[in-house]
Ligand binder design. Structure first.
Ligand code: GLA
Length: 779
């Protein structure tokens, strides 16, 4: 709900209030962001900052306002040249390069719902019942240049979406050198800064540090939102936890270079700026034209990170994901990549698919290697025609066989790329991004295509559409395996190459828009060497994203957990793969791999045809279990409970009747005291049944200890080995009927873990990287 009274703007969501007003000089002063307020007359006077005195070396606004120092004011926007020396939200060069601007209030409009903009950016959406929008129009004091600030309140998710538009009504072009989507000035600096960074195979690892005087920056300059620095950030009070303390979260609906700067000013105020990275951005704004920033998403929680994440999850599921896959359970897939890499035939794939279908898999995905003459990663990107040697009867023959098995058929593509060794490069060497006189840098033997050119977009759309139609594909994995270098463009519309990175992102959205319009039923999954482009911009087009190429269950705890801070589990691709793991060589049990992967969009990515009977049965059981609880895993309320030697997560069903708890032990501490299962999300008044999902303990886990058991003692080494490899024991029997208050406050003292001194039906055998899934149901 949005309200304006006497130039005080109050933006309320179900639990929050955001307040600002127009001050005496026409500037917007930020007053408050926090728990919802019931305002009374006189509150403005209490909330606004008092400025009666001059301050030392400070630059006052002007001679008539000698005690107004813009640098010492919480503001809704900022520019250069009028005494605010903090990082500005808007930076515009005009005339001979002057950059001083001064935006003051001109008017505003309160609009039901959220108006759709035609700026080509990725946008959130909502109905008039769900959201309303405030547009505040500001104008420069001298030049006819306008700045419009948009605020859309999404009441139920406690989210405010912001964006900014600059309009140039002068007779000349001006150059935008920076235009952020959001500025949030907070009155004090008692905050900590949390970011989600890393690299390939270790994406979105949470890191928190206290703010200190000066500026901290989280940014990407590689052209994508990046594995190194996701645009998701939080400011939280020191000691805020998952369920306690004030937390402000911010994300960007954008897939390119971004920057989030957090600056503590000399007056101890904190300024958060989030938007396109000005370091790799310029925009020539022609006379009588306008430019709109991407959208930024803001949330506030008075009760810790879990609540902020829940707000983001609700927002993404309701206002980012669109089309027929919105709120739809995602199919369990088998992906051919780690099963056979580039080496397959139609026959081998059908064998894999038949097995997958028998185990309950719903979607078969043919990954890289089906096109051109691609037998490794050095050739053929760009040649989107089916490899006739691998598929003598065409790819549609395979697709048909998969469909006949009752499964969906999915295909991997990497449209934005070209290998020099390809027909496409031979015919159109100028389509790749490069600078003519320089030897281009290369990533994975490939180069990026200039999709800002319409002929490149048309080529990709036509060729890929043909394959999608021929094979009647139900799913597409859209990959992107290198980032940008050597930026230039033969696109004649681009006069200043400083515009290219942003134009690329807009072109990508345009191309993706064409595909999702032409194939509305197809489930598109994003990928960029795993999670190098996991962001809200992509989720406006892709319904889910491959989280990381790293499928190791232990690494995935940090990767999926980091991702969960801003993105719902229905968007987080998570696969069970082979062991030793292909990225880490770590060995973890099949159950632990599943227990982690089921908190997301479950898939399998291994050669299941080589598995033994016991393992196949295990997978069939896992899939049946997942199908039973899929809606809770993907659309329940997900909370992080604990992260130390034990990682504990929970998904709570919408009706709160079922809770699924992951208990994952990293290293076995040996002879430790009883583990205690706390579930803070339990309803105090309820009574619950608690029991672990039945897992089997492979005898091989006991190594040479099995020789000590009486039956095997006298048998040969060979017999012992055979028995160990083929036999598993049932897991512990543990069942509690317990009150919600005990679950919440006292916890359940679980059975003892195996410690080398004995073993019975009740022993919890976990070992290193062992885990359990507890099913907790209201009576
Ligand atoms: C990237 C993806 C993988 C796989 C390969 C295929 O690395 O992240 O999942 O699709 O490409 O080349």
């Amino acid at each position: 709900m949005i309200n304006e009274t006497k130039n005080v703007f109050s933006l309320s969501t179900n639990s929050t209030t955001y307040l600002f007003h127009v001050n005496a000089t026409g500037h917007l002063e930020h007053l408050y962001y926090g728990p919802r307020l019931s305002l009374a007359a006189g509150d403005l006077d209490a909330l606004r900052e008092k400025h009666h005195l001059n301050i030392g070396t400070g630059t006052a606004y002007d001679a008539d306002n000698e005690t107004l120092f813009l640098e010492n004011l919480c503001r809704e926007e900022s520019t250069e040249g009028k005494g605010d020396y903090r990082i500005p939200m808007v930076s515009i060069a005009y005339g001979n390069g002057k950059r001083t601007m001064d935006f003051v209030y001109k008017g505003h409009a309160i609009i039901p719902g959220k108006p759709k903009m035609s700026d080509g950016g990725a946008q959130s959406y909502g109905t008039t019942n769900e959201c309303s929008t405030l547009r505040v129009d500001l104008g420069d004091k001298i030049l006819p240049i306008t700045l419009s600030l948009y605020y859309t309140t999404f009441d139920a998710c406690d989210v405010i979406v912001r964006k900014t538009t600059i309009g140039n009504d002068t007779d000349e072009a001006v150059r935008i050198e920076g235009l952020a989507s959001l500025q949030l000035d907070l009155f004090d600096a008692q905050w900590e800064f949390t970011t989600f960074g890393g690299a390939w195979a270790r994406e979105r690892i949470k890191e928190t540090r206290p703010l200190c005087y000066g500026t901290m920056i989280n940014e990407s300059r590689s052209g994508v939102s990046s594995a190194e620095h996701n645009p998701l950030i939080f400011l939280s009070r020191p000691h805020a936890g998952e369920d306690t303390g004030e937390v402000v979260g911010c994300n960007l609906i954008y897939s390119g270079n971004h920057r989030e700067s957090v600056e503590v000013s000399p007056y101890g105020k904190t300024r958060l700026i989030s938007g396109i990275n000005p370091d790799r951005f310029r925009w020539n704004l022609e006379s009588k034209s306008s430019f709109t920033s991407p959208e930024a998403v803001l949330t506030y929680s008075a009760s810790g990170f879990n609540r902020a994440s829940t707000n983001f999850h609700m927002f993404v599921n309701n206002h980012i994901i669109r089309g027929i896959w919105k709120y739809r359970e995602r199919p369990i897939l088998l992906n051919s990549w780690e099963a056979s890499y580039f080496h397959f035939t139609e026959e081998s794939l059908v064998k894999l698919a038949k097995q997958a279908s028998a185990l309950g898999v719903e979607l078969f995905v043919l990954d890289d290697g089906w096109f051109g003459s691609r037998n490794d990663d050095t050739t053929s990107l760009g040649d989107w025609n089916v490899n006739p040697y691998k598929f003598p009867s065409g790819l549609s023959s395979l697709a048909q066989k998969i469909h006949n098995l009752g499964m969906m058929f999915g295909l991997w593509v990497e449209p934005e790329m070209v290998n020099k060794e390809s027909q496409l490069y031979l015919s159109h060497p100028d389509w790749m991004i490069a600078i003519e006189e320089r030897n281009p840098s290369v990533g994975r033997h490939q180069y990026v295509l200039d999709i800002t050119r319409s002929e490149v977009q048309d080529y990709l759309f036509d060729h890929l559409s043909e394959v999608f139609v021929q094979c009647d594909v139900n799913y597409v994995k859209w990959d992107m395996n290198r980032v940008f270098s050597d930026i230039d463009s033969a696109n004649r519309d681009i006069k200043d190459i400083g515009e290219f990175p942003h134009r690329y992102v807009l072109s990508l959205y345009q191309l993706l828009g064409k595909f999702i319009t032409a194939f509305p039923n197809v489930l598109f999954e994003g990928c960029a060497s795993g999670g190098n482009r996991f962001d809200l911009g992509m989720l406006c087009y892709f319904k889910q994203i491959w989280t990381s190429d790293n499928t190791d269950a232990y690494c995935r705890l940090a990767i999926q957990e980091g991702t969960s801070y801003g993105y719902p589990l229905s968007s987080i691709g998570a696969h069970v793969s082979d062991c030793p793991n292909h990225q880490t060589l770590r060995v973890t049990s099949l159950d632990s791999r599943f227990n982690v992967a089921c908190f997301g969009v479950l898939g399998y990515e291994l050669d299941i045809t080589t598995l033994g009977k016991e393992e196949k049965q295990q997978i069939a059981d896992q899939i049946a279990f997942f199908k039973q609880f899929r809606s809770v895993f993907q659309y329940g309320t997900f909370c992080r409970i604990r992260h130390d030697n034990v990682i504990q997560w929970v998904s709570v069903s919408q009706d709160r009747g079922t809770m699924l708890v992951l208990w994952f032990q990293t290293l076995n501490p040996a002879n430790a005291s009883n583990d205690v299962l706390f579930v803070p999300q339990a309803d105090e008044q309820a009574v619950y049944d608690v029991f672990p999902r039945q897992q089997r303990i492979p005898l091989s886990l006991f190594g040479s200890l099995i020789k000590q058991t009486s039956v095997l003692k006298s048998r040969s080494e060979k017999t012992q080995k055979l028995v160990a490899e083929t036999i598993s024991l049932p897991g512990e029997i543990e069942h509690y009927t317990v009150s919600g208050s005990v679950l919440k406050y006292a916890g359940i003292k679980l059975n003892q873990q195996f410690s080398g001194t004995g073993f019975d039906d009740e022993t919890r055998v976990l070992g290193d990287f062992g885990s359990r899934l507890y099913i907790i149901r209201k009576r």
